[in-house]
Write a protein that binds this ligand. Structure first.
Ligand SMILES: [Zn+2]
Ligand SMILES: [Zn+2]
Ligand SMILES: [Zn+2]
Length: 157
């Protein structure tokens, strides 16, 4: 990007303008953005929410757009899963090194949506994490586990 030596139309200082297509310097543009955020907090929050939604939707679509177990497609139910585990550590390192605050979704976009991730709904993700299987595929072991334990005990007694 070319930095044009010029006069800022806001503060009148001579120096590089913030970017092509503006007549203001970087500190002035930042100040304008800051003032706007202070005066329109509701709008800025909404804008940020939509930005996050878009970023997330794009990442979800890049990984198939639905739960890879049950096929759930509503974004509110979906999450990203590290296929080989290590998700919590990875998320923490992204948060620590994050520059744009976009979390995992922004990181995935920067990396060009690498392999090693899949989309799961919270139900399937939770079942896999907690029980090691999803009842959609493996069937529910819950009652068998209880029955199996009772049989074993009878055997011992
Ligand atoms: Zn200026
Ligand atoms: Zn699911
Ligand atoms: Zn499932």
């Amino acid at each position: 990007m070319c930095m044009v030596e010029n006069i800022c139309s806001r503060c009148g200082k001579v120096g590089p303008l913030a970017k092509v297509g503006t007549t203001r310097c970087r500190p002035c543009l930042n100040a304008i953005a800051r003032e706007y955020r202070a005066e329109h907090p509701e709008e800025c929050r909404r804008y940020y929410r939509v930005y996050q939604h878009r970023l997330r939707l794009r990442a979800l679509q890049a990984y198939g757009g639905k739960c890879s177990c049950c096929g759930e497609t509503r974004p509110e139910f979906l999450s990203f899963d590290h296929i080989n585990g290590g998700g919590r550590i990875h998320r923490r390192s992204i948060r620590k090194n994050g520059v744009d605050g976009g979390g995992l979704e922004a990181w995935l976009r920067r990396q060009g949506y690498p392999s090693g991730f899949r989309v799961l709904c919270h139900n399937c993700n939770q079942a896999l994490g907690q029980y090691g299987y999803c009842p959609h595929i493996a069937g529910s072991h819950y009652l068998q586990d209880i029955e199996g334990w009772r049989d074993k005990r009878q055997h011992v007694v």
